[in-house]
Design a protein around this ligand. Structure first.
Ligand code: NAD
Length: 278
């Protein structure tokens, strides 16, 4: 059976819309984009459309690809000090002359709706984060919607990026799962992944995970987005694995829409926390 992220994201969107209707002033977010990377432009435009449909104020802050670190940091500091802006993200990747880690860590953690500052990433491991990285947050929301139990289950995560794999460790531990993390240096990957009750794959290699890597009846979450000859593929070979898995996410229509809607949920988290502090 398929875990339909698109459908769930639309349901969450409708709930957010209803909540936002009641709010004055409206929650507001800024997306900072540097340069003209076509994939980034697509992602920013879809965030802008969704944010506006929900009823948020949205600013697309676009900078030339040669922008200096100082200029970007100045913009972030302005956003940090603004009473009317609740959240900000820096659309990644950014050009190589800029230190992405340094820039992201200039964001006030209370406005860090991508959950990527070191403070928020660290808080996740001590179970206190309110702003959680969007892809991992969306994955947990989706699994819960399909009543997938975590407690005592073995979650195997393939990929250890700061964006996906590492925050998932904290989130799955908080749900009382037993967690194993695999990466590019893991030996005999299939031997480990076959032990998973829940297998989450975030690598970036089309169809890396075939049926031989999956235990019958496992729950499989495919985070990968790989463009091959103009077509989108996940990291999981959907055709063979879907016959063996109990539940599986498709690409597209699985984790992708859950990521964007989780960002929108984080805007409201940040808005409500700012209100409490006033
Ligand atoms: P990344 O490149 O930062 O990390 C990839 C990870 O995979 C690394 O930890 C590496 O050790 C591991 N890896 C590489 N080769 C491996 C192998 N052969 N076996 C086991 N592990 C291996 O990637 P990321 O940012 O985590 O993204 C991973 C994929 O997920 C990409 O395709 C990306 O486009 C996609 N993604 C999708 C969403 C979404 O919303 N659906 C969000 C973020 C990332």
């Amino acid at each position: 059976m398929i875990m339909n992220g698109k459908e769930l994201s639309l349901k969450i969107k409708e709930n957010l819309k209803k909540e936002v209707e009641k709010l004055d002033p409206k929650p507001s977010l800024v997306v900072i984009q540097v340069g003209e990377d076509p994939a980034s432009s697509i992602y920013v435009n879809s965030k802008a459309k969704l944010a506006r449909e929900i009823g948020y104020e949205f600013e697309h802050a676009k900078f030339d690809e040669n922008v200096s670190e100082e200029e970007l940091i100045q913009k972030i500091e302005y956003i940090n000090s603004s009473d009317s802006i609740n959240g900000v993200i820096v659309q990644l990747p950014i050009p190589k002359h800029l230190d992405a880690n340094k820039i992201i860590n200039k964001i006030n953690p209370t406005k860090d709706i991508d959950g990527l500052t070191e403070l928020n990433a660290g808080k996740l491991l001590t179970s206190k984060a309110s702003l959680v990285s969007c892809t991992p947050k969306g994955i947990i929301t989706l699994l819960k919607e399909y009543n997938v139990p975590f407690e005592g289950k073995h979650v195997v995560i393939v990929g250890r990026s700061n964006l996906v794999g590492k925050p998932l460790i904290g989130l799955c531990l908080n749900e009382n799962a037993t967690v194993t993390v695999c990466h590019s240096k893991t030996k005999d990957l299939a031997k480990v992944t076959k032990k998973a009750d829940i297998l989450i794959v975030a690598v970036g290699k089309a169809k890396l995970i075939t049926a031989d890597y999956v235990r019958k009846g496992a729950v499989v979450v495919d985070v990968g987005i790989n463009r091959v000859d103009g077509k989108l593929y996940g990291d999981v070979d959907f055709e063979s694995v879907s016959k063996k898995a109990k539940l599986i996410t498709p690409v597209p229509g699985g984790v992708g829409p859950m990521t964007t809607i989780s960002l929108m949920e984080n805007v409201l988290v940040s808005y409500n926390e700012m209100k409490k502090r006033r």
